[in-house]
Design a protein around this ligand. Structure first.
Ligand code: SAM
Ligand code: SF4
Length: 324
């Protein structure tokens, strides 16, 4: 059985948020940290096991663990191992602010982690602290070296482009890519329920970065049909590649290949959907068949696009709620 919606899009990729809590205060996401009513617990290992088995049965092959900050969970390595050991799951990925990576990279690899996306919004320690509220850049870059050393297959950076902050440092990212064989992905800032004014002052159109790349000799890499909405670019003078995630560009949603489950057990068909479908009782019951039935039924209601360009942000107050 395959998970497919009414627009013919197939979903082999699950983004699983394991906590809403975060220890950083990124100015575009949680500028004041978590609210005091943020749930402090996420899905249990038993609930995650039901969920991942159900998705695997419907053809899901890749799971990305995200949050909040997933490394705040003490059982992160157990969750990685559980996903990796589920029949049908080929790739387990993690998105993290990397605050523990220099200590835990080898443990993640030993648990079965295949791919890592590290959020780093600047290569300048002062700018990094201004954006994230943390003096952690050095630790994070050390962590990335540790991850490469540990043999984690794919390591990518994520940077949200912000007009009044890191946009003027674009060249420093390019310089880094001359020497390092990693992919640096620039994410276009998305408007959420909580960041309207920040968005108005800081949004940079991803298309303008794309024009700059093409003018400077970067070439688009043609990726597979199921590769998802990111566009990737290569240049013969650089060891690393560049990725662009441009949610405001035309047709972005046509290549959507992912579904999301929140740390509270809600299935979200889109990052900006009105609400999630509560499947927690099914996950708790351990009934994989019933979970499969509920997910495949709900996917039939997935809409064609997110309507973000109309300023519509659905129920998403900030992306720490769902994992981006
Ligand atoms: N805490 C982890 C981290 O920062 O990597 C995982 C969760 S975070 C919500 C996942 C990704 O979403 C990060 O790369 C972050 O930069 C990105 N993100 C958060 N808020 C965003 C926004 N409003 N627009 C675009 N990307 C955003
Ligand atoms: Fe935390 Fe990630 Fe949001 Fe930054 S982007 S506040 S690290 S959840």
């Amino acid at each position: 059985m395959e998970l497919q919606d009414t627009f013919g899009r197939k979903f082999k990729y699950l983004r699983l948020s394991i906590t809403e809590l975060c220890n950083f205060r990124c100015n575009y996401c949680l500028p004041n940290g978590n609210d005091c009513d943020t749930p402090t617990t996420g899905l249990s290992l038993h609930q995650i096991s039901t969920l991942v088995s159900a998705f695997a049965r419907m053809g899901t092959t890749k799971i990305r663990i995200t949050g909040g900050e997933p490394a705040l969970r003490k059982d992160l390595c157990d969750i990685i191992a559980l996903c990796k050991q589920t029949e049908g799951i080929e790739k387990v990925a993690l998105t993290t602010n990397a605050f523990r990576l220099n200590k835990d990279a080898q443990k993640y690899k030993d648990a079965g982690l295949d791919a890592l996306n590290v959020s780093a919004d600047s290569l300048d320690p002062r700018m990094f602290a201004a954006i994230t509220g943390k003096q952690k850049l050095e630790d994070i870059l050390e962590g990335v070296d540790a991850a490469i050393q540990a043999g984690i297959q794919t390591v990518k950076f994520n940077t949200v482009m912000l007009k009044q902050f890191n946009y003027k440092e674009l060249n420093s990212f390019f310089e880094y890519l001359k020497q390092h064989p990693v992919t640096w992905r620039f994410i276009e800032l998305m408007q959420t329920g909580d960041n309207k004014s920040f968005f108005a002052h800081n949004h940079v159109a991803g298309e303008s970065i794309k024009e700059l790349l093409l003018e400077n000799g970067w070439e688009r890499i043609i990726r597979g049909k199921d590769a998802g909405p990111a566009q990737e670019f290569t240049h013969s003078d650089y060891l690393g590649n560049i990725g662009l995630i441009m949610p405001y560009s035309k047709d972005f949603c046509d290549t959507c290949n992912r579904l999301r489950v929140s740390s509270q057990g809600k299935l979200h068909l889109c990052l900006f959907a009105d609400e999630g479908q509560d499947i927690l009782p099914l996950l708790e019951s351990g009934d994989i068949d019933a979970t499969v039935e509920a997910i495949s039924r709900h996917v039939q209601t997935k809409k064609g696009t997110h309507f973000l360009q109309d300023g519509y942000t659905g129920a998403t107050k900030q992306l720490a709620m769902l994992g981006g």
